[in-house]
Design a protein around this ligand. Structure first.
Ligand code: FES
Length: 316
């Protein structure tokens, strides 16, 4: 799919360390529509690509707004976003993709956000308000200064009691995730986006809920990428065999060999690099495949996963 050309119209400081970016179409072509919970992949220099949730109301067709936390990404993307782009800057982006969709018919949607994890919920809340559906938000931040979108949330909160903001620095405690999930009324859907510790607590709290009522989105990997190397990879279509050396990921090895492979997050989150496996047992390190899919060993995320067997055969 061809890239969408974006023009940065404005930047806004949303909180300490968090800046939002409003992009419009650079060539006047209409922006592809998006649904609540979607993200775009911004193409940054040197082949870097970063996924950012769309924050604005999905009913808007004239702009994409994303917010970037300077502290959340130590791999160069957020540092570049915070220092280089200024109004007038042009960037390419992929069309919006939604791996974290909103279930619009729930009688109540319960959102649990940690820090920059608030971003997908802004679009979801706008959408639920448009539909006249109920929602509640539990929003944990380190300090009030680091809480983005607080004013907007209070304006979106039509009942006046839907937003529970917890600032660790003010001894307010963290949201009691187990209690929030336990008390969610039957039929409600629960969502979480935040740091891995929060997501792990959420997953544990939701173990007895029907999986279709539980939704989570990670913005950093829960496991280290496999870099032990010491196995060979046969590419079934070209017949090439590559050796994965210690210190290199499988993706590094494929790219070094000139293999044309799509990837984006490089962290096992987005699913872009999903590759069919014909033989061998991958060492799955991603957060994209389900446990069942991992056990089936028919596909793997080559950006972060390795091999448990001396040889893998991939269908590429
Ligand atoms: S590039 Fe995102 S999962 Fe591999």
């Amino acid at each position: 799919m061809s890239a969408t050309k974006l023009l940065l119209r404005q930047l806004r400081r949303e909180a300490e360390g968090i800046v939002s970016y409003e992009f419009v179409s650079a060539d006047g072509a209409p922006l592809p529509p998006f649904t609540a919970g979607a993200h775009i992949d911004l193409q940054l220099p040197e082949g870097l690509s970063r996924s950012y949730s769309l924050v604005n109301d999905p009913a808007e067709r004239h702009r994409y707004v994303v917010a970037v936390d300077h502290a959340a990404d130590s791999r160069g993307g957020s540092a570049w976003m915070h220092t280089v782009p200024r109004p007038g800057h042009r960037l390419d982006a992929g069309a919006p993709v939604n791996d974290f969709p909103l279930y619009e018919d729930a009688p109540l949607s319960v959102f649990i956000a940690g820090g920059i994890g608030i971003t997908p919920f802004m679009a979801m809340i706008a959408r639920l308000n448009a539909l006249g559906r109920r929602w509640q938000l539990h929003y944990a931040v380190r300090s009030r200064e680091r809480a983005a979108y607080v004013q907007e949330l209070h304006s979106l909160d039509r009942t006046g009691d839907a937003v529970d903001l917890r600032c660790t620095s003010e001894d307010m405690g963290r949201p009691d995730i187990a209690a929030i999930v336990r008390e969610a009324p039957p039929g409600s859907h629960v969502y979480c986006c935040g740091p891995n510790g929060m997501l792990d607590a959420f997953t544990a709290a939701c173990s007895s809920l029907a999986p279709q009522r539980v939704h989570l989105e990670r913005f950093s990997a829960s496991q280290e990428a496999a870099t032990a190397g010491g196995y060979e990879v046969k590419l079934a279509r070209s017949g090439k065999t590559l050796q994965v050396e210690a210190g290199r990921t499988l993706l590094d090895t494929l790219l070094d060999a000139g293999v044309d492979i799509q990837y984006s997050c490089s962290q096992g989150i987005c699913g872009t690099c999903c590759t069919p496996v014909l033989e061998g047992t991958p060492d799955h390190r991603d957060d994209y495949l389900t446990d069942e899919e991992k056990a089936g060993n028919r596909a793997m995320m080559v950006c972060c996963s390795g091999s448990r067997t001396p040889r893998l055969v991939l269908d590429i």
